[in-house]
Ligand binder design. Sequence first.
Ligand code: FEO
Length: 399
Amino acid sequence: MIEIKDKIYYVGVNDRNKSRFEGLWPLPNGVSYNSYLIDDDKVCLIDTVEVDFFTQFIENIHEVIGDRPIDYIVINHMEPDHSGSLGLIKKFYPNVKFIGNKKTFGMLSGFYGINGDTIEIKEGDSISLGKHNISFTMIPMVHWPETMATLETTTNILFSGDAFGSFGALNGGLIDSDICCDPFWLEMIRYYSNIVGKYGVPVQNALKKLVEMKIDYICSTHGPVWHEYIYKVMSLYNMMSKYETDEGIVICYGTMYGNTERMAEVIARAASNAGIKNIVMYNVSKTDHSYIIRDVFRYRGLIVGAPTYNTGLYHEMDTLLNEIGNRDVKNHYIGWFGSYGWAGKAVAKIKELNETHLHFEKVGIPVEMKQSMTPEVAAQCEALGKAMAERLKADRCAD
Ligand code: FEO
């Protein structure tokens, strides 16, 4: 097992089998469930792993402590990818004590029927393990209500739960300074935007507490241990939770026979001609929405378009707009377009969804196309792309 520092070990596992995290989010590079063990007079486990990986997990623990028992388990987060092994750990170590807060234990009872052997801690409490000392900070809604972080105060190692986590299994190395982190940055944004993205205010509240601490390592429950890049991951979280973005446009479209796609191409060309460098384009039916939502958290401009379908909005676009709306994204601009064969509804439906769900600032004049591209429609699409570019460029001075 990898020793992070002073008898604090990584005992987590990798999952390269699951297709979708939470049954929703694709895992092209897998995911890790990180757990940590502090080997001291009192042995303390920090979080566990998904129960499917229990055999590997218990072997990892034995590799560190042999036949010695675990005295404490700190439960920073009760979602079952981290709490799933608690019931079996209790069977292996019947005298173990569960450390958590008031909200933790209702979930511990509900998920696993565990009702005793608990130590309830509050904000700022600490527990000595011998040479090591752990103290607790509540970070509710990052991203469940019971979530907390644990700081080991002699090494300044923060066990942060899901905060600062990333999709992507660990391929041998663990600490950021020992590995190439390039594959993790966009996956960290995809993890944050899809899973935590709704909770910008709680994340800001958590960051206000964490920046006051001296932290040398951040041990999240997913992805690398951060040491060299602590400032970068904190800055990234600060930016994302304030819905701050780079200059750029996400152009996302649904298309059945390519006519609506042609509109998107004209819009993109016009935006590029007007000086916007970051333009990403997605067919909403082909690209998993988690990648589109990730880029909505990266770029301030969004232009969406789709055909009318069954006198409503092409349903993949309807789904995407509801998903974006569900995340309470702020500080964004939107333009839209649509098409129809005999009765136009898509454009009106996108307008309605923006007004009821997204609340983005409207930019440009929506374009509605009947059946196929004409010179008039092309000119309207060019105007929409240019309008978005100009709106973004107007922020250059303000930013
Ligand atoms: Fe990684 Fe919220 O569980």
